[in-house]
Design a protein. Structure first.
Length: 63
């Protein structure tokens, strides 16, 4: 379980960073506001997943 979490946490954080960068890039170059909104919504979902993974890792390694 720990190895799976130690693999998925960095991937989730990287996904959050990538979506955030894409959303900001789209906003800075005056792209579609709908696309920026969708990217920021995905960022929130991915942040939630990342927080759940971190909390699960803390719970399972607490022993």
């Amino acid at each position: 379980m720990n190895t799976a979490l130690s693999l998925f946490i960095p991937l989730a954080l990287l996904a959050v960073l990538l979506i955030l960068a894409l959303g900001l890039w789209n906003m800075l170059r005056a792209g579609s506001s709908n696309k920026s909104q969708n990217l920021m919504r995905w960022r929130v979902v991915l942040q939630f997943v990342a927080v759940i993974l971190v909390m699960a890792a803390l719970y399972f390694t607490r022993g």
